[in-house]
Write a protein that binds this ligand. Structure first.
Ligand SMILES: NC(=O)C1=CN([C@@H]2O[C@H](COP(=O)(O)OP(=O)(O)OC[C@H]3O[C@@H](n4cnc5c(N)ncnc54)[C@H](O)[C@@H]3O)[C@@H](O)[C@H]2O)C=CC1
Ligand SMILES: O=C([O-])CC(=O)C(=O)O
Length: 312
């Protein structure tokens, strides 16, 4: 019996793209096609071959190729977009908007041409506005254009809480709503350790510090790295979302989703809890929010709209 593996294309072979490709292959989730611009074709091929040669040692079967030819992405089940530029210390994610929106438009045209039925997961920053750009450029239904921020932001929050309580990260849950920026809204009320609300375990003051560190989690890494931004945890987040779609897992994960009335918002991509399965975003979960949480979400949405207003 011949086994047909799923196929995922990762656009951008930089830090996040290469790490995502390697994790996907290591987990034997799919064959992987890594795409970058023509001047990067050989380095991209080199990275792909190097990853492939790790297979016998690590014991994974997955084909990995590097290319600049979008024909190689034909009929991808999922396409992950990491192409574009990353910020450096002193920059905000929003400073990337002009350059990256051009990149989104050009890569989306190629993706649509070769994989008209695929689901697209966008990582490139400023990710809420870039997901909107890809949605508009693709003409795809909203369910099939998804942005990544919440899995990463939640992972950071869970890491800090687990450190604080000296507990396994596995037993700590988190919830982050809103845009992927300093105004994101970590919902402490819905976060637990082993099912126990965090508010029962950590003082209000300390929780606020953890929330603040989560909001600035990207900048913390940018400042430490000096010449780029985070990639291990972002790649892990992309892989969790991709796996949920490839395996039709119906995972409840935060995604950047197109809102049409949910949470009182319209015509905007924003981070919300979703169900991810074979159809992409199969459901948006609406939570009851307090007045303070609603205001915080509104502020975060306003920040995203400010970035959207400069989109061409
Ligand atoms: N949403 C999130 O949570 C996160 C978003 N990011 C964002 O992801 C993006 C990528 O970050 P890194 O991988 O660290 O950057 P990187 O600079 O290491 O890699 C970007 C790659 O994109 C390629 N590229 C540029 N234009 C292209 C095009 N038209 N077609 C194909 N490839 C193209 C470049 O040649 C480069 O190899 C950045 O915008 C960054 O801000 C990074 C981490 C988390
Ligand atoms: O901070 C950045 O520029 C990259 C990113 O989005 C993150 O790590 O959260």
């Amino acid at each position: 019996m011949s086994l047909k593996r799923k196929k995922v294309s990762v656009i951008g072979s930089g830090f996040t793209g290469a790490t995502t490709a390697f994790l996907l292959a290591q987990k034997e989730l799919c064959d992987v096609v890594i795409v970058d611009i023509p001047p990067m074709e050989n380095p991209t091929k080199g990275k792909a071959l190097d990853m492939l040669e790790a297979g016998p040692v690590q014991g994974f079967d997955a084909n990995i190729i590097g290319t600049s030819n979008y024909e190689d992405t034909k009929d991808s089940d999922v396409v992950v977009i990491t192409a574009g530029i990353a910020r450096k210390p002193g920059m905000s994610r929003d400073d990337l908007v002009q350059t990256n929106q051009k990149v989104m438009k050009s890569v989306t045209a190629e993706i649509v041409k070769y994989s008209p039925d695929t689901k697209i997961i966008v990582l490139t920053n400023p990710v809420d506005a870039m997901t909107y750009t890809v949605y508009k450029a693709s003409g795809f239904p909203k369910e099939r254009v998804i942005g990544q921020s919440g899995v990463l932001d939640t992972a950071r929050f869970r890491t800090f809480v687990a450190q604080e309580l000296n507990l396994s990260v596995k037993d700590v849950t988190g919830f982050v709503l809103g845009g992927h920026g300093d105004d994101m809204v970590p919902l402490v009320r819905y976060s637990t350790a082993g099912g126990v609300p965090l508010e029962n375990l950590i003082s209000a003051g300390r929780l606020e510090e953890i929330v603040e560190r989560t909001r600035k989690g990207g900048a913390e890494i940018v400042n430490l790295l000096g010449n780029g931004s985070a990639y291990y945890a972002p790649a892990a987040a992309l892989v969790e979302m991709t796996e949920a779609i490839l395996k039709d897992q119906k995972r409840v994960l935060p995604s950047i989703a197109f809102l049409e009335g949910e949470y009182g918002m319209n015509g905007i991509y924003l981070g919300v809890p979703t169900v991810l399965g074979a159809g992409g975003i199969e459901k948006i979960i609406e939570l009851e929010l307090t007045e303070d949480e609603k205001m915080a979400l509104q502020k975060s949405a306003d920040s995203v709209r400010t970035v959207m207003s400069v989109l061409a």
